[in-house]
Design a protein around this ligand. Structure first.
Ligand code: ZN
Length: 289
């Protein structure tokens, strides 16, 4: 019999939270950040520009000069092993201002060059400087991009409504970074009526840790966030693929049967119980009268 039920999507193994990082520009400071991420078991995505790989320049940040060297192409596979790499376009233009042909080329050629490096499809992206509009989104989707990060901070743990405009929780220079983490780490009431999965999505550029003397802060953040049973530590692409699998679930008319057509197992909280929906299988929900 049909009745009101509210199934809550959970992350793999029934975890209610996920944490991910997103760092841009492929700068040599990424190596130190990745070492810290490895130390604490944290994962994330690095958005790279093949057109400027190997370039060496300096940036002025808060009155001081900071090294803005990019890794050469031949080092990319090693440096970023175990993390995800994603499109940040070939040359880092403001995509809203480039011509149509160039727009497509900046995205698809970047994909192609990154795929040659890692010998696997690359479908993630971050908009250079965070600029985009409907056309940019449309072209990105046409180029095979499945998600793209903006620079619009939400200061929440909400899941993205549209993966082509994936807004992060906050940038690592925000004063709220640690306060939000404290809130994120609070245990969740799995029986709570309004339970919703939470995602802490931190973004930035690793050279800013040099410029602002913030290496201690990011290490403290990673340490505090690490080793929690209820958090899934994942790359942006893994989170996108998983949530897309959740969206693909097929429900019977009255909701007693749920078919998982995806190639990933999916977890839901159903009637207060964590249920695993195996890939390619149908589960039956027993209705207690
Ligand atoms: Zn950038």
């Amino acid at each position: 019999m049909l009745r009101l039920r509210r199934d809550v999507p959970l992350f793999p193994e029934g975890k209610p939270k996920a944490l991910t990082l997103s760092y841009d520009d492929g700068v040599t400071q990424d190596e130190r950040l990745i070492a810290l991420m490895k130390k604490y078991g944290i994962r994330g995505t690095f958005n790279l520009n093949p057109g400027v790989m190997g370039h060496k320049d300096w940036l002025v940040q808060r009155g001081g000069e900071v090294r803005h060297y990019k890794f050469p192409k031949e080092k990319i596979a090693d440096i970023y092993a175990g993390q995800e790499i994603a499109v940040h376009t070939m040359t880092h233009p403001d995509l809203v201002r480039v011509g149509d042909g160039m727009l497509a080329y900046e995205i698809v050629q970047c994909r192609r060059e990154l795929e040659e490096i890692i010998k696997a499809p690359v479908t993630g992206m971050a908009y250079p400087m965070g600029t985009f509009n409907d056309k940019v989104e449309h072209v990105a989707r046409s180029c095979g991009i499945t998600y793209s990060r903006t620079t619009k901070q939400t200061f929440t743990f909400d899941l993205p409504e549209d993966f082509l405009t994936w807004h992060p929780t906050c940038h690592h220079t925000e004063a709220e970074m640690f306060g939000l983490l404290e809130e994120f780490l609070k245990p969740m009431d799995m029986k709570g009526r309004f339970l919703a999965p939470k995602l802490y999505y931190l973004w930035g550029h690793a050279y800013e840790f040099d410029a602002l003397g913030q290496w201690g802060d990011i290490e403290l953040f990673l340490e505090k966030a690490s080793g929690k049973e209820d958090i899934w530590y994942a790359t942006n692409g893994e989170i996108c693929a998983y949530l897309n699998a959740v969206k693909q679930l097929v429900y019977s008319a009255a909701g007693e049967y749920i078919y998982n057509p995806a190639c990933l197992d999916v977890w839901l909280l159903i009637d207060g119980e964590v249920r695993r929906l195996e890939s390619g299988r149908t589960i039956e929900i027993q209705y207690h009268s």
